[in-house]
Design a protein around this ligand. Structure first.
Ligand SMILES: [Zn+2]
Length: 285
């Protein structure tokens, strides 16, 4: 991976040839230089942030390839038409004892992005918030896993202030342009830490939800066939797939009752969830 000096000019505007080649590895159809707009952002660094957290230098290096190809969205609202740009290259910059992750982003020049591009060109600062999953957090005072020792981030211990050092990145998600708060350095900022943990948790829950739904679909289909209700498997599956999880649960419960009445052997699956609506470990196949 390339390391660049901070003296490098932050290129904004039309991509050069090597940038365009990289961009075109992500484009469905080849793009020309005047169809795209390129700018760079500072994704994260080794300086303690507002939450008293900082990235470990080795984590910055590990995150660099993980962010390539990731999407930039507006205000954390994920939708297909809210994707503003995509990271096509990253580099780790080391300067003055600080290590930071620089990302180059391309954006299509369209009517929709025109005002956004004008704002960047006009020097209106954009804060960037990144989402990533970090495997470990270390206490800067004693080196133990943060939370196990008694040190608290932001507190002073002798000459040092405790920082929670984020390390062992597991995954990088999208980055988001957020409303600009007052007085942030360089117009770009890191907010991984808690955000990342929250996001990792949300993703986990979403995947549990998908597994649970899948189990319910299987369950309902099986019951239908067991009850021999005269529909073929494809039709049943199609019908079941159009239902919400709540509908699937109640349908599955109804079918189970029916099967029990008919004295058919039923394997319990649906309705077997925890209070939060999450599946229990039985579904984690
Ligand atoms: Zn400690």
């Amino acid at each position: 991976m390339e390391i660049r000096k901070a003296a490098d000019v932050v290129a904004s505007g039309t991509p050069n040839e090597s940038q365009l080649n990289k961009i075109n590895t992500f484009a469905r159809a080849p793009l020309t230089a005047d169809e795209v707009y390129v700018f760079s952002v500072r994704l994260c660094d080794t300086l303690p942030d507002r939450d008293g957290e900082a990235f470990a230098p080795e984590a910055i290096y590990a995150l660099a390839p993980m962010f390539v190809g990731k999407t930039g969205i507006l205000n954390h609202q994920w939708s297909a038409d809210n994707q503003l740009g995509r990271i096509f290259d990253t580099a780790v910059v080391e300067e003055g004892g600080v290590c930071w992750l620089k990302a180059w982003v391309y954006m299509l020049r369209t009517e929709k992005t025109a005002s956004f591009i004008r704002e960047i060109e006009g020097g209106i600062k954009k804060e960037v918030s990144v989402g990533c999953a970090m495997g470990k957090t270390i206490c800067s005072i004693c080196g133990a896993e943060y939370g196990i020792c008694d040190h608290e981030k932001g507190q002073r211990y002798g000459a040092n202030i405790c920082t929670a050092i984020l390390t062992d990145p597991v995954d990088a998600y999208e980055f988001s342009f957020v409303a600009v708060p007052a007085q942030r350095e360089a117009g770009v900022v890191k907010t991984a830490g808690k955000d990342a943990q929250k996001q990792a948790q949300l993703e986990k829950e979403a995947s549990y939800g998908r597994m649970y739904r899948k189990a319910l679909l299987r369950d309902v289909t099986k019951l239908y066939l067991l009850l021999d209700m005269g529909a073929d498997e494809n039709l049943i599956r199609k019908m079941a797939e159009s239902l919400s999880v709540e509908e699937l649960v109640s349908l599955s419960e109804g079918l189970q009752k029916k099967a029990q009445k008919a004295l058919l052997p039923v394997t319990q699956l649906g309705g077997n969830k925890t209070a939060q609506g999450k599946p229990d470990s039985a579904f984690l196949i």
